[in-house]
Design a protein around this ligand. Structure first.
Ligand code: NAP
Length: 479
């Protein structure tokens, strides 16, 4: 902790907020303050914007190989410091160390992937139909970007945006979530060490997100917004982006269905459920939110899932052997408690969990609810906690209709041994991603993103860099 930067990172320098403001960072396992970091205001945002705008032209001209190698070096530094970064992440966010190490490796992988993509930015060209005119197509960086990230994956949500932005030749301002600024500040220090020129990345930590970001979006100099967070905030930012016609990528909320057919291998389905529900204590946009089990297997599936969930060890993420850390804060936990209470009032049976433990921190136990009423609030709310509500269904058309009956469309999970059914149901689900007999879809080499109100655009994969590039078409008549 002692070496972790706590100031703003602007133009390659570590600086205090102009008005000297700071904000506390809490440890969710104890509720105690870990440290204070700079709390930026609009003036600091303006300085970060100046730095990004000033650095843009030269950065765009930097050789793709040079950009690639900076990312590659940063990837290697991150891997050298997995333990250090994992401890930092666990202390500010709560996830168990093993999961934090997994996220650090996952986060680093975006830098490796985009270091490889930086040198594969293609253009194009050709003879136009009239046979006389030629066209030359080149790809240009979209320009200075504003990147806004949530607290649930403090490092990976940053690298998933910073990686392609650097690869494409964009400069940027990163605004991390106020609960987890330390991972982003540590990342900025690593990129500086890896040779990133001053001003290319600026990090602005703040408790005043609206005041800091709105002028940037409306001001006309920021050309791109890449946001990961809730659909509710996404809508506000889309509206703010309209004035200056800012290009947007939006990774928003989810309400993932998890469907277990009567021909599913239940061992595989329960393994998948543990991953899809319990990764990050359920605080993931990809978390399975609604479990639909065929009525002939629902009891057995529920029994096995409850057994596995009940065996998980809850405690501070830094303690050996802990599987489930605290939720991000007590507000997040209160929401989970209310959703469970509502489901129970409507007749759900608690197979395991469901009781908030005494003591400090924001812990909540792994919980399985059976016989959940479809009208329960957790059916149309992101639970963001370790709660698996199970409903039953009897036929394929019915479950597809119910799975799609939501404004969100990020990911769905399908468990069946039937190939045709697997393909048919996957194609009918209104989602951007499907986990087929698996509870994990995230991979830096795959396009991550949703449809409907889960977002716009994709991150990762071959298309991840496209979000940060524009086409320039050159018309060339040949006489
Ligand atoms: P959130 O409340 O929407 O906040 C996300 C980020 O936006 C934070 O940095 C937040 O800062 C900032 N923000 C909020 N209001 C803002 C405003 N008016 N102007 C500028 N920035 C603003 O979401 P969260 O609770 O941190 O994260 C959980 C949500 O993220 C869930 O809905 C989850 O599904 C979604 N998520 C989606 C993906 C995906 O890839 N689709 C991945 C991870 C998470 P403040 O907290 O200071 O307001």
């Amino acid at each position: 902790m002692t070496d972790t930067p706590t100031q703003l990172f602007i133009g390659g320098a570590w600086v205090d907020a102009a008005d000297g403001a700071t904000m506390p960072v809490d440890d969710p396992a104890t509720g105690e303050i870990l440290c204070h970091v700079a709390d930026a205001g609009p003036k600091d945002a303006r300085l970060a914007e100046d730095a990004a705008v000033q650095a843009q032209q030269e950065w765009a001209r930097t050789a793709p190989r040079a950009r690639s190698e900076i990312l590659r070096r940063a990837y290697e530094i991150i891997l050298d410091r997995v333990d250090e970064l994992a401890h930092l992440m666990t202390s500010e966010m709560g996830k168990p160390l093993a999961e934090a190490r997994g996220e650090v490796a996952y986060a680093a992988e975006f830098f490796r992937w985009f270091s490889e993509e930086a040198v594969r930015i293609d253009g194009g060209g050709g003879i136009l139909p009239d046979g006389r005119n030629r066209m030359l197509l080149s790809r240009r960086p979209v320009g200075p970007c504003l990147l806004i990230t949530p607290w649930n994956f403090p490092l990976a949500m940053g690298t998933r945006k910073i990686g392609p932005a650097i690869a494409a030749g964009c400069t940027m301002i990163l605004k991390p979530a106020p609960q987890t600024p330390l991972s982003s500040l540590a990342l900025a220090a690593i990129l500086k060490e890896a040779g990133l020129p001053d001003g290319v990345l600026n990090v602005v930590t703040t408790s005043r997100a609206g005041e800091v970001c709105e002028p940037l979006l409306r001001g006309g100099r920021i050309r791109k917004l890449s946001f990961t967070g809730s659909t509710q905030v996404g809508r506000i930012l889309l509206a703010q982006s309209a004035d200056a016609v800012v290009r947007t990528s939006m990774e928003l909320g989810g309400n993932a269905p998890f469907i277990v057919f009567d021909d599913a291998d239940l061992d595989v389905a329960v393994d998948g459920a543990m991953l899809a529900k319990m990764r990050n204590m359920g605080e993931a946009c990809t978390a399975a939110n609604r479990f639909f089990a065929h009525s002939s297997v629902a009891d057995e599936f529920g029994r096995r899932l409850a057994e596995r969930m009940g065996a998980l060890v809850v405690g501070p993420g830094t303690r050996d052997g802990v599987d489930v850390g605290p939720l991000i804060d007590r507000t997040g936990r209160a929401k989970v408690e209310e959703l469970v209470a509502d489901a129970v009032e409507r007749g759900a049976e608690v197979l395991v969990g469901g009781r908030t433990p005494e003591g400090p921190g924001s812990f909540y136990p792994p919980t399985v609810l059976a016989g959940v009423d479809p009208e329960s609030r957790l059916m149309d709310t992101e639970i963001f906690g370790p709660v698996a509500p199970i409903l039953t269904f009897d036929d394929e058309d019915e479950v597809v209709r119910r799975a799609n009956d939501t404004p969100w469309g990020l990911v769905g999970y399908v468990f069946t041994e039937g190939l045709e059914r697997a393909l048919r149901v996957s194609e009918r689900l209104e989602v951007g991603m499907v986990g087929l007999n698996t509870g994990l879809v995230s991979n830096p080499a795959a396009p991550f993103g949703g449809v409907k109100q889960s977002g716009l655009g994709r991150e990762g994969g071959r298309v991840g860099i496209e979000e940060f590039l524009e086409y320039q078409y050159l018309a060339v008549p040949v006489r």
